[in-house]
Design a protein around this ligand. Structure first.
Ligand SMILES: Nc1nc2c(ncn2[C@@H]2O[C@H](COP(=O)(O)OP(=O)(O)OP(=O)(O)O)[C@@H](O)[C@H]2O)c(=O)[nH]1
Length: 380
């Protein structure tokens, strides 16, 4: 066989015409195709040895059919490949049952092909169900039509072994296909969950997820009387970053800030992109004093490490925070409003600082006030 032709059958690399989302389908079908091809080639001498020349000839015809199926799969025509494999397996099973009898066990390949049709997600679920039912009906019918056929070829003592091998070999692709489909389903579910819960730019939790998580955390804090601190942070003069350095540079700043925030918090804390350049950090079982220490630490770190113009190293990013400890008597909405007000206080007092909202008397106290350090993005 020419090397170029064999090259075409490579099933572990994705050809350009098969897009990323179809890779798993392509891979499973390639495995089934290569497996079917090898089995058919190996069976040719086997049939000749037992004297079933007609089956050897059928296998010789089957080999190019499996090769064509593999090539169709490689060209992105997955459904056509499934139909071709199915057609071949049906013909093969019927011929074997009619001539060798059911004791040879070739009819069990119908089970594999029936599962392959069900698992082939390119087919409409109802169609694949109907096709699978037809194949199952055909499998059962073989026992009615050919149940009396006796094996009349050489080595009848090997019949139990052939039966055993056929059941085993026929079920291997079935098990592999099911396991791969399960993996794919779990992966897709995780991907969908991530898409629904995470912000695509920063990979932090999004507002929708955090709103639900906040409800759970506040319920837990109410029940267990445990402290719950919430910080609302906002990048200072972020509009300037976008205006002077461009939106892409602004996005890089957001990603950098998100990374630092996430890296500085405990795994039990929830770090969320609350809005454009606003971040919300939920710290369960954390008293306001230690929350303040943590937020101040990361605020300083952001100010020292995130530079808006990496080439000139001239301008640093600063953030302002409003910090509040959840009060069950106040409720979640008012607590968040307090965090927002405390953030506003930080901005009004010169930015680059953290303000704690004193919940008891609705007074805001700016701790560790900082001098006004407006950010001037340097575009030179
Ligand atoms: N690059 C980028 N910019 C964003 C994104 N989301 C929001 N912004 C920008 O963030 C800026 C927010 O600006 P403002 O709300 O005026 O606040 P600011 O300039 O940070 O000023 P202060 O908050 O008062 O310090 C706007 O220019 C938005 O376009 C985003 O995903 N990427």
């Amino acid at each position: 066989m020419p090397a170029g032709f064999l090259q075409q059958l490579k099933f572990h690399t994705r050809p350009d015409c098969v897009d990323e989302s179809n890779f798993k389908r392509f891979y499973v079908l390639s495995l089934v195709g290569v497996f079917g091809l090898i089995v058919h080639i190996l069976l040719i001498p086997g049939f000749l040895v037992i004297g079933a020349t007609h089956m050897a000839i059928i296998n010789l015809i089957s080999v190019p059919i499996w090769l064509i199926g593999l090539l169709l799969n490689r060209r992105g025509k997955h459904t056509l490949a499934v139909y071709l494999f199915t057609f071949e397996v049906i013909c093969h099973s019927v011929f074997s049952a009619a001539t060798l009898g059911l004791d040879s066990g070739f009819q069990f390949y119908l089970w594999s092909i029936s599962a392959l049709i069900i698992l082939h997600t390119k087919l409409k679920p109802f169609s694949s169900f109907i096709y699978s039912c037809i194949i199952t009906f055909l499998f059962a019918s073989l026992y009615v039509w050919f149940g009396q056929i006796e094996y009349t070829y050489a080595y009848p003592n090997l019949l139990p072994l052939i039966h055993f091998l056929n059941i085993t070999i026929a079920n291997l692709p079935l098990a592999a296909g099911l396991s791969m489909t399960l993996q794919l389903t779990v992966k897709q579910e995780l991907k969908l969950r991530k898409l629904a819960n995470n912000d695509s730019l920063t990979n932090l939790y999004n507002r929708r997820y955090t709103q639900n998580a906040l409800k759970q955390q506040t319920a837990l804090a109410n029940r267990e009387h445990s402290p719950l601190s919430i910080a609302l942070g906002d990048i200072d003069f972020f509009k300037k970053v976008n205006d002077q350095l461009g939106h892409d540079q602004g996005d890089l700043v957001l990603i950098g800030v998100a990374k630092l925030l996430k890296g500085s918090m405990r795994s039990s804390d929830i770090v969320c992109r609350w809005g454009g350049e606003e971040f919300l950090i939920v710290m369960p079982s954390t008293q306001i004093d230690s929350a303040f220490e943590k937020i101040e630490k990361v605020r300083k770190q952001i100010n020292q490490t995130i530079l808006v113009n990496q080439t000139t190293n001239k301008a640093s990013v600063s953030m302002s925070f409003g910090l509040v400890e959840y009060d069950c008597e106040l409720g979640l909405e008012s607590t968040l409003k307090l965090a927002d007000n405390a953030l506003y206080q930080s901005k009004a007092s010169g930015r680059n600082q953290t303000t704690i909202a004193k919940v008891s008397n609705n007074q805001y106290q700016a701790l560790e006030p900082r001098p006004n350090l407006p950010m001037h993005a340097d575009t030179n």
